[in-house]
Design a protein around this ligand. Structure first.
Ligand SMILES: Cc1cc2nc3c(=O)[nH]c(=O)nc-3n(C[C@H](O)[C@H](O)[C@H](O)COP(=O)(O)OP(=O)(O)OC[C@H]3O[C@@H](n4cnc5c(N)ncnc54)[C@H](O)[C@@H]3O)c2cc1C
Length: 440
């Protein structure tokens, strides 16, 4: 399609210090950090709101803030905590609730959107909703010179000094031909269509044993009454009374293949199959689970939730050992105690980090050979299982905030990102009064 466009006819609309592609947890935090360091920021987002997988995908809880094991405490602070506190201020979260050996925080999607809008406006970030990044152009030296975007009112170009790819799908990195990969030899985690049930009688539901729900689902599926392919599900009460967030569906093709989140045909199947499954699970809940007798399927996410798509080949790849051995690297920019929570086509695997955590090095965000661009968020460079831990929201906030700071360091000191390391980013954050993920 872009070959038919004459670049010379396309207007240049913006020349920001940094352009951020995507307004999920990583993109929003990157925008705020860059603005706090004095950069002019343009954030482009294809939907009409921020939140990405947390909101459009309705993933609906902040995972990764707390430690795991006997003494569960908040471990991750910095921007993730700032956002969490802003959600508390808006009554947009419940108290933390148990998830196996750790805790997570259910939130309401509308509050997430509003907190992001408020922060972006307060920091004078230019936000372009309903705008899609299409491709980037490189100089002979391999710098990103311009970006081609499609707004509702036509194509336009942006000439940024720096770009942060917070698309979740490594859209920029892929478009300029840097190496990316999908999971383990192409095997990726399954998508889920999240949905909400309304008018649940919470008093009756709260007493229900989650294991008994899982057992009943397996039996009902076996009996052929409903199509319930996933037998280990999560149900979380939301801040608004009577609402329950349902993380229940599992989407694969009939032959077991997992739909790919960067392929429209696969995504179309996933959206329709996701809605069908959501209806089936909702019917099961209404007919079998205490408290759901008068409940109704309130809505699904506005897109099927994609846990994993492209990852970048980074200067450093977060390894499974880094996570399992709880490695702490001195120049890291984020930390995590979230388990490896691997939603495979066959089964869900969970491996907790009891009373410990690992760190995420800055170099996981740096594509090999990068000049004036970085990634942030779930497309970081990580092995398959390691990604199943590092991809959650609190860590995406941490990665994004550090990426925004690194962009400022690169622009202001005229340093290619390949010449920047995690120590320099942390030092720069300190001198610009940005709290790292370790700081309360
Ligand atoms: C089903 C499911 C359940 C989950 N449950 C939880 C949970 O309970 N708790 C938790 O913490 N995490 C959960 N996660 C993980 C978490 O939601 C995501 O990994 C995290 O939100 C990713 O953040 P991100 O900013 O990296 O990417 P995203 O949130 O994916 O944001 C990327 C943004 O970029 C935009 N974008 C993409 N391409 C373009 C383009 N070309 N042009 C313009 N904009 C573009 C997208 O619209 C999106 O807004 C879940 C994920 C899924 C799929």
């Amino acid at each position: 399609m872009t070959q038919d466009i004459h670049l010379a006819d396309i207007p240049v609309r913006y020349q920001p210090d940094v352009c951020i592609i995507g307004g999920g947890a990583a993109g929003v935090s990157a925008a705020i950090a860059a603005a706090r360091c004095g950069l002019s920021v343009l954030l482009v987002e294809r939907y009409g709101f921020c939140g990405g997988a947390s909101v459009a995908g309705l993933s609906g809880t902040i995972c990764g803030l707390f430690s795991s094991g006997t003494n569960r405490q908040q471990l991750v602070f910095g921007f993730a905590d700032e956002f969490y506190q802003a959600l508390i201020h808006r009554n947009g979260v419940t108290d933390p609730v148990p998830f196996g050996k750790t805790l997570l925080v259910p939130h309401d999607a509308f509050s997430w959107k509003c907190v992001a809008d408020d922060l972006l406006l307060q920091h004078h970030c230019q936000v372009l909703y309903h705008t899609q990044f299409l491709r980037a152009f490189l100089t002979e030296e391999g710098r990103v010179s311009s970006l081609l975007l499609k707004a509702m009112d036509g194509f336009f170009l942006v000439y940024p000094r720096f770009v942060i790819d917070a698309s979740g799908d490594a859209e920029l990195v892929h478009s300029i031909g840097c190496a990316t990969y999908y999971g383990k030899k192409g095997s990726i985690q399954t998508p889920t269509m999240m949905f909400k049930m309304g008018n649940v009688n919470m008093a009756a539901f709260t007493g229900v044993d989650p294991d008994s729900i899982n057992r009943m689902i397996a039996e009902s599926h076996q009996a052929g009454k409903y199509k319930l392919p996933r037998h280990h599900v999560y149900l979380f009460p939301l801040p608004h009374s009577g609402e329950v967030l349902c993380n229940m569906t599992k989407i694969t093709f009939p032959d077991g293949r997992v739909p790919i989140g960067t392929n429209s045909a696969d995504m179309s199947f996933a959206e329709m199959e996701g809605r069908r499954q959501a209806e089936s699970y909702a019917r099961f809940l209404i007919e079998h689970i205490d408290g759901f007798e008068n409940a109704y399927l309130n809505d699904t996410g506005c897109q099927v939730g994609i846990r994993q798509s492209r990852s970048i080949e980074g200067v450093y790849k977060l390894s499974n050992e880094d996570v399992l051995l709880a490695r702490k690297q001195g120049d890291a920019i984020a930390l995590s105690a979230w388990p490896i929570e691997l939603h495979g086509a066959e089964r869900l695997e969970i491996h907790y980090l009891d009373n410990d955590y690992y760190t995420i090095p800055f170099e996981t965000l740096v594509p090999i050979g990068a000049t004036n661009y970085l990634v942030a968020g779930r497309c970081l460079s990580a092995e398959h299982e390691a990604l199943a831990s590092a991809r959650v929201t609190a860590q995406c906030f941490g990665m994004g905030y550090a990426a925004g700071a690194a962009a400022a360091l690169s622009v202001k000191e005229q340093l290619p990102v390949m010449n920047i390391n995690g120590f320099a980013v942390n030092q720069w954050m300190k001198s610009n009064k940005l709290k790292t993920a370790y700081e309360q």
